[in-house]
Design a protein around this ligand. Structure first.
Ligand SMILES: Nc1ncnc2c1ncn2[C@@H]1O[C@H](COP(=O)(O)OP(=O)(O)OP(=O)(O)O)[C@@H](O)[C@H]1O
Length: 235
């Protein structure tokens, strides 16, 4: 049986950006959502391949207002034989006086915890479940709100830590992941915390759909354009 389309896209990203290399110890951020779950499914599958030579651990960060792995996902991870660990972070307790809780603050803190855990436990890479649409939305947000041409990269060497952030889903559009996760029976869980305010991202998502008409090929071409820059025709 041919492997799922999603795996082909991840394989290509892994090859193009050398995301998984011999001897890698990779920490995968496991939110319980469809994106990171699909990524973990891929890692588990890739480890069964001949000559696979990497280790991985799925790390879930639970906070004082949620973020734990739903029991269905825990069962799935058990079935897949995925090594998984959960740690707790008191997000509200770490908020300095005068600061308001926000999605941005919480996700930054979760990111920091992933990095601290990776450094302490000898992981050289952290894999996150950001996908093609996330990357293009961030591109639009940065261009339209900051006047800056930048976005999340498939592979980023952190300056202050001996760790790389990798995004193996960078070629996979959200629709591909939705279809894949529906087949796997794990589509549907999302962050439901009461502090959620991602209106800027929602706006970018709407703009991306308008720009591309939801066409996967057009989104792929927009990503390709980021690697095909003609400075002589730019201001
Ligand atoms: N509570 C968490 N514990 C561990 N990793 C997390 C957690 N929340 C998010 N991450 C990591 O950060 C990535 C981006 O987070 P974000 O909140 O944007 O997720 P998302 O777009 O909802 O994706 P997902 O479907 O994986 O939740 C996730 O794909 C995951 O790898």
């Amino acid at each position: 049986m041919p492997q799922p389309f999603l795996y082909n896209l991840i394989d290509k990203a892994v090859f193009d950006y050398k995301l998984i290399e011999k001897g890698d110890k990779i920490l995968v951020g496991a939110s319980g959502g469809k994106d990171s779950t699909a990524l973990i499914e891929y890692f588990e599958n890739r480890q069964k391949r001949k000559n696979a030579d990497f280790e991985f651990l799925a790390l879930n960060i639970q906070t004082d207002f949620g973020g734990g792995l739903p029991s269905d996902i825990q069962t799935l991870f058990k079935e897949w034989n995925v090594p998984v660990k959960s740690i707790f972070v008191d997000v509200t307790g770490r908020l300095s006086d005068g600061y308001k809780m926000s999605c941005y603050w919480c996700s930054n803190l979760r990111r920091k915890e992933l990095i601290n855990f990776a450094v302490k436990n000898g992981f050289n890479k952290i894999a996150l479940g950001h996908h093609l649409d996330d990357i293009l939305e961030t591109l639009l947000m940065n261009a339209l709100n900051k006047g800056e041409l930048s976005t999340m990269t498939p592979s980023l060497k952190l300056e202050k830590y001996p760790v790389k952030i990798i995004r193996p889903l960078c070629y996979a559009g959200v629709q591909t992941i939705v279809e894949h996760s529906k087949k796997g029976g794990y589509f549907g869980w999302t962050c439901t915390c009461t502090y959620q305010d991602n209106s800027t991202r929602k706006d970018a998502r709407r703009r991306l759909e308008l720009l591309t008409g939801g066409d996967r090929k057009k989104k792929e071409r927009l990503f390709k354009a980021l690697k095909n820059i003609r400075p002589e025709y730019l201001p």
